[in-house]
Design a protein around this ligand. Sequence first.
Ligand code: GLN
Length: 201
Amino acid sequence: MVAKNLRVGVLALQGDFREHIEALANCQVDAIEVRRVKELDSVDALIIPGGESTTIVSLAKTFEIFTPIKKRIAAGMPTYGSCAGMIMLADHIVAAKEGQETFGGLDITVRRNAFGRQVDSFETDISAPAISNAPIRAVFIRAPWVENVGKNVEVLASYEASDGISHAVAVRQDHLLATAFHPEITDDYSVHRYFLDKVCK
Ligand code: GLN
């Protein structure tokens, strides 16, 4: 069950925030778009959408919301990031744009564009027993993968890439959840439900 009166925001600077809002509506949660500090202050939890992490950083700075989000995450705000959102939550990035900053908080190293370029985008079913008994529909678009995880990070799903190595693609550390894929553009809401029911509890 979704906690009563939980106010969820979706960072709406760039990327597929509308799809996250729709996925949350399907989970009976009316989410609000977050662009300003006032909106951030009104939410209990945040979703950072897929898009382009370098653009999200620069817009977050322009809107003067970069440091406030970083502080809320560090203070324990439940936050879920998909794809570019995963990169934004990661403490370390490989193949970052020079000087690329993140909100951080999640003790992982992600490799940007790890699965290749746009043409290498793909859709598949992955197993994530902690999230759902059924396979999860996962869409990867210029997706990162997780190269290293700290000792407090739980790997929820992995996927074997063309290099023959199984890479973590869904991780959780306490109040932080991240997926390299985009559940928001499918009609499989199990990751959103897991976030609302288990991470935001
Ligand atoms: N490659 C993008 C980045 O670095 C992420 C892609 C996505 O969110 N679909 O931010």
